[in-house]
Design a protein around this ligand. Sequence first.
Ligand code: SME
Length: 171
Amino acid sequence: MAFSKFNTYIHPTVIEISTLKMFETLQPRIHAILLNTERDRDEKLLAICKLLKSEIPHYDWVGFYFRNGEKEELKLGPYAGAPTDHTIIPFGKGICGQVAVSNANFVVPDVAAQDNYIACSITVKAEIVVPLFVDGKNIGQIDIDSNTPDPFTEADERFLEFVNQEVAKIL
Ligand code: SME
């Protein structure tokens, strides 16, 4: 059961609406970052990572991985959050490497229940990875780690698909 900070019961639908409102409010801010001609590509991606990490309470690490040239591996791009050792991830390894191969969103409510998972920090409880397509080709992904157990809904998937579609336009 969900309670507000005033300890009153909040119907789950209300939480969903406030989350949707939060994602909706972020959309013009993402457009503004991407349209800023004074920033280069990586500065824009970094600004998006910082925006999502600071504005979305259940996003504790936000980063982009991209295919490393023609190699069957991902390379870490701009990110916000704790530094990670996993700057190169082979295709098929971990949640990120699996998305590089499957071309599908991967929502992990509980990372401890995953066999093929690369741990970045012991505080991480859940993860979502959404592929980024340019001209129909999977060229990378956005990766979110959360310290909250099971925090992601379809609203996160739709929002992150929107982010990636907009980012794809500047790549
Ligand atoms: N947990 C990811 C590795 C990347 S870190 O989350 C930054 C995975 O299993 O692919």
